[in-house]
Write a protein that binds this ligand. Structure first.
Ligand SMILES: [Zn+2]
Ligand SMILES: [Zn+2]
Length: 105
């Protein structure tokens, strides 16, 4: 037991507690990687600044009779940083942030 803790500044201010929030001003840039029938987006959560991955199933243009879907899709990403932010619900080890992301699927 210790008391009188001072200057422990490991967590960015305002991002330590779990909250289901989004902000259109977040400028999110993730790396896109193909992994079999999935796409893995990896990058930094704009809220808690932890590293996070987001996996989505790939859309195969040839699976629907050659119909191609031009242009990117908008998907909703969630923080999956794995860090147990304070106040997080059971089984949700993230900061709770979510955001829209435009990507080729
Ligand atoms: Zn986090
Ligand atoms: Zn986060």
């Amino acid at each position: 037991m210790t008391d009188g803790q001072t200057g422990a500044g490991q967590i960015p201010p305002g991002a330590s507690e779990w909250a289901e929030v989004t902000d259109p001003a977040w400028n999110v840039k993730f790396d896109r990687r193909e992994a079999g029938l999935s796409l893995i987006f990896s990058g930094q959560c704009p809220r808690c600044l932890h590293q996070t991955n987001f996996t989505v199933p790939r859309v195969r243009p040839d699976a629907a009779g050659g119909r191609q879907r031009p242009g990117p899709e908008v998907l909703t990403m969630y923080c999956e940083c794995g860090y147990p932010h304070e106040g997080h619900p059971d089984r949700d080890n993230s900061c709770g942030a979510y955001w829209s992301y435009e990507a080729e699927l």
